[in-house]
Design a protein around this ligand. Sequence first.
Ligand code: GTP
Length: 346
Amino acid sequence: MNVLLLAGGLGTRLRPLTEDLPKPMALVANRPWLEHLILHLKAQGVQNFVIALKHYPEKIRSYFGNGKRWGVSIQYAEEESLLGTAGAIKNAEPYLDERFIVVNADIVHTINLLPLLDFHVGHGGGVTIGLTEVDDPTHYGVVVQDSEGRILRFVEKPRIEEAPSNRVNAGIYVMEKSMLRYIPKDREVSIERETFPLLIEKQAGVFGKIVSGYWMDMGTKERYRKIHWDLLNRVFQLPIQQQESENGIWIGNQCEIGTGVLFVPPVLIGDGVKIGDRSVIGPNVVIGNHCEIRHHVRCSDTIMWERCKVNEGTHLKNCIFGNELELGSKHILYEAVMNRVGVMQA
Ligand code: GTP
């Protein structure tokens, strides 16, 4: 049984960071999320991956290659045009096993797939949708189930008082390959809006099961930030490559930290980072590998990817910066989301 990772979407809500990058390659704790995801699934015994690509496919192919460096096998199914979440599965059909798992590659999670798989084998239906419970279901499609877990229908974006449940599609499915005959070829098809409702209508056996563990879709900049604060504040765990030198302060190798620098935890500093004298870093800051922060910089609630440069006296709060961004001196930036391609003020 192999795993199909859906990684081809445009990631429009996370622009400009995704202007020239597939969203699952966005860094989480100084490493592409997709890399964390592959390692997390490998730790559960998954050996064979297929990645469905469309937006900047080369950025994923060139990073992972055949997967050997990670001790797994990776194949790629690339789309000529955007096919949507079900169209991408149909396009990957030649690579898929008789039973396979689909995972939206933009969801940060620590979910164990085994209970989902056991449940799927037990009910013998065509699809099992991993479900997660959310506090506010009004932005999602919520499910209505019978006592055996069979999904009877979806209610899209219900008003809070009308929501039949708070269980929503977690973007993780176990599927039988026979279900692919219900997905039309070579056109955009949404799994949530088109395929699942059709499979329910055809009585193909669509079941749902709550999956436990951390779950957060990184699709918006607010949630992308929250994932980091949750990680640094130990709401969930991921392997962080840098060492924790004091409680809540992780510092990478070969960093040069100036005199009088104050770290306010939690703070994660990548490898080869330089920080100038009397800068104040934190709380809630992630600085990517090989960034240079000059003196008297103040930085809080901010994520910066690799090789950025922040000149002296600049103040940053609630910002997200892509790779290789250079900021001038004595700037004050609040809630800026920027990369070299585009600038967006929130
Ligand atoms: P937005 O444009 O911000 O909505 O993001 P998105 O379309 O990239 O993500 P969305 O949450 O809608 O999709 C869920 C997952 O499916 C993400 O991991 C996407 O990369 C992936 N995905 C969405 N559409 C496609 C597609 O047409 N092809 C492929 N291969 N993957 C897709």
